[in-house]
Design a protein around this ligand. Structure first.
Ligand SMILES: Nc1ncnc2c1ncn2[C@@H]1O[C@H](COP(=O)(O)OP(=O)(O)OP(=O)(O)O)[C@@H](O)[C@H]1O
Length: 601
């Protein structure tokens, strides 16, 4: 608190001493401290989470070929100011070695692929692969992070936003997310200083009040008191007097922020929060907590039914493994949050919308929570375990554990466990997935990149058609009583109009080492061939590869009432798909034509 008081004293003092006449300017100058060696080891983080969880002692329950990945790599490329949702010109290739003049990304060799498929088809599906490990190590060194504007701009924005935007609620669109992110809760520091701040121990620095937020949790006590950042603050014509009257409010905000690092604050901001909620507080908005039951699990997430919605809880930022995996970090989750909200925009089926579809799971809300698992959740987890024998670790989390809670529409059962009744249901599943991918491709250059049968949910409903809009053309798609929802965007690539978000799978070697002949493993390998391991690039063909996988799954892993004619139709669809470069092309295939009806306006 003393430090925060000092910051404002400095600001006030500077203002009083300012000799620039009528224009109020502040210039608080502090000495820059030297940047010590970067240290991001587990030891650094060990002070952020106390208490050894039992799963550390017992060891992980989950293990598979795809879960032992050692590297992590979602990256984003800033594109430009958000104008619309249409894909923008591709950014210059980064990081990859320069391509010799005239060499472009190699066009796929269809002949080779055909032969390959023949080979693939010769294999029996020995085993269905588990989900890939999506964590891996984040290649932060090469990451282009969104630019941090100069301090004065930030500071000014923050003050202005605090003035005009005190009651801003959670963002519901991407532009709102960025609006909030930029204006509401940003750390007050300049980009140069931020690096120093990240390594600073506030308690030790005499002028540590320059750091309004501590950027990463640090246990480093070794820094000299004089090693403090230089921050120049200049602001014009801001009603500081009024702002200073609000100091107590600000202090609370700062108090919260002192505990968190930059990515965590950005995540909170994207979720419309200034601090994490507790579980029950968050749950009670959706249901009676006693009614919560667990309905599913993944490597990272536990899914609970909460009234009409599903809450997927993903532990983050802890320094111990969960389910055999390193916990995801706030910056990874921030990207998933942005992705989820971006795809949500496709659900606006206003008449003027150019692209829309109901194929991606609806995100109702996303919240950051903190604390151990509530006993109600533990009970729900144990009941599910007793019945299904969970592969995950028992949820024993410390007080400081943080989570992201995705509040989602209930999408039904995954394709693996859903019982398809007949060929009509199967082809409706195919057309909905294909059209959904086509819409997202056109709107956001979206590629799912992990559309295995655990990531397609199905439910039965009474509507006979569903509305899709592709490039302004409205169509109704026959459902034959089923509706699909695509989930899990961890490996996905998207161009939001501002940024390209993708996971750099080139640092996930194990993902491509699944069993030979296994359709899912083969699909990762084919994606690698198509992208040439350049994962930030746009290759809509990856969507087609997953469609081919899906046809294979329907033919080989799902039983439903079908004739040999139906099987032939599926096989020839698969063959024709070999020549499509995108889901958009695939959706024009004759197989789908009688399921797509132009909407009568
Ligand atoms: N919206 C939803 N509606 C119904 N069930 C859901 C929903 N979201 C998730 N589930 C259930 O929870 C399971 C885990 O979800 P999800 O695949 O998103 O988690 P994950 O940890 O990212 O998984 P993975 O192991 O693939 O990384 C799903 O397989 C599904 O059974």
């Amino acid at each position: 608190m003393g430090q925060r008081g000092d910051l404002w004293s400095e600001i006030i003092k500077s203002e009083e001493e300012d000799s620039f006449g009528d224009i109020p300017k502040i210039e608080a100058v502090y000495q820059r401290r030297n940047r010590p060696e970067k240290s991001s080891t587990a030891a650094d983080l060990s002070c952020s989470v106390k208490g050894a969880p039992t799963n550390l002692i017992n060891g992980p329950k989950r293990y598979s070929w795809a879960r032992s990945l050692s590297t992590r790599g979602r990256e984003s490329i800033a594109v430009r100011a958000y104008v619309n949702n249409q894909p923008q010109k591709k950014p210059a290739r980064r990081k990859k070695p320069a391509i010799p003049k005239g060499k472009v990304v190699k066009a796929p060799d269809f002949q080779e692929e055909k032969e390959y498929f023949r080979d693939v088809d010769a294999f029996e599906l020995l085993e269905e692969s588990p989900s890939p490990n999506k964590s891996s190590t984040w290649t932060m060194g090469e990451q282009v992070v969104s630019e941090m504007p100069h301090l004065s701009t930030r500071f000014e924005k923050w003050l202005i936003s605090k003035k005009f935007n005190r009651a801003s609620g959670p963002s519901s669109t991407l532009s709102k997310i960025f609006e909030n992110s930029a204006a509401r809760l940003e750390p007050i520091c300049d980009d140069e200083a931020s690096e120093s701040l990240a390594l600073k121990t506030p308690e030790k620095s005499s002028a540590s009040n320059t750091s309004v937020f501590r950027l990463i949790p640090s246990c480093d006590n070794s820094l000299a008191a004089e090693d403090v950042p230089v921050i120049k603050i200049k602001t014009e014509a801001i009603d500081l007097e009024d702002e200073l009257k609000q100091l107590s409010l600000t202090s609370d905000l700062i108090s919260t922020h002192l505990d968190f690092d930059k990515s965590f604050l950005d995540l909170l901001s994207a979720c419309g929060q200034i601090k994490p909620s507790n579980f029950l507080e968050a749950f009670s908005k959706f249901c009676e907590p006693e009614s919560i039951v667990k309905i599913g699990e993944g490597t990272y997430g536990e899914a609970f039914l909460t009234g009409p919605s599903v809450c997927k809880i993903v532990p983050i930022d802890g320094d111990f493994t969960v389910n055999g995996e390193v916990q995801k970090r706030a910056d990874e989750l921030l990207e998933e949050v942005i992705l989820s909200w971006t795809l949500n925009q496709l659900r606006d089926s206003e008449t003027e919308a150019q692209n829309s579809c109901p194929a991606f799971i609806k995100t109702h809300d996303i919240k950051v929570c903190q604390g151990p698992y509530d006993p109600i959740l533990v009970k729900a987890w144990e009941e599910w375990d007793a019945e299904h024998s969970s592969e995950n670790d028992h949820p024993d989390f410390p007080e400081k554990q943080c989570y992201v809670m995705f509040v989602l529409e209930h999408g039904g059962k995954d394709l693996e466990s859903f019982v398809l009744l007949n060929f009509d249901e199967a082809r409706s599943l195919l057309v909905q997935v294909t059209a959904g991918l086509a819409v997202a491709e056109v709107a956001f250059e979206f590629e799912h990149r992990d559309l295995h049968w655990g990531n397609i949910l199905l439910s039965r409903n009474n509507s006979s058609t569903l509305p899709f809009i592709l490039e302004g053309k409205q169509v109704s798609i026959k459902t034959f009583g089923i509706q699909i929802s695509i989930i899990d965007f961890t490996l996905s690539r998207i161009n939001t109009g501002e940024k390209i978000l993708f996971l750099d799978l080139s640092s996930d070697p194990y993902l491509f080492k699944g069993p030979k002949g296994d359709k899912q493993s083969e699909t990762y390998r084919k994606m690698k061939a198509v992208t040439d391991d350049y994962w930030e690039g746009s290759f809509a063909r990856t969507n087609v590869l997953w469609l081919i996988y899906l046809v294979d799954i329907l033919l080989t892993k799902k039983s439903f009432e079908r004739s040999s004619k139906n099987e032939r139709e599926l096989r020839s669809l698969k063959k024709r798909m070999e020549k499509y470069e995108s889901a958009k092309e695939a959706v024009s295939d004759p197989f789908f034509s009688d399921m797509l009806m132009d909407q009568i306006s």
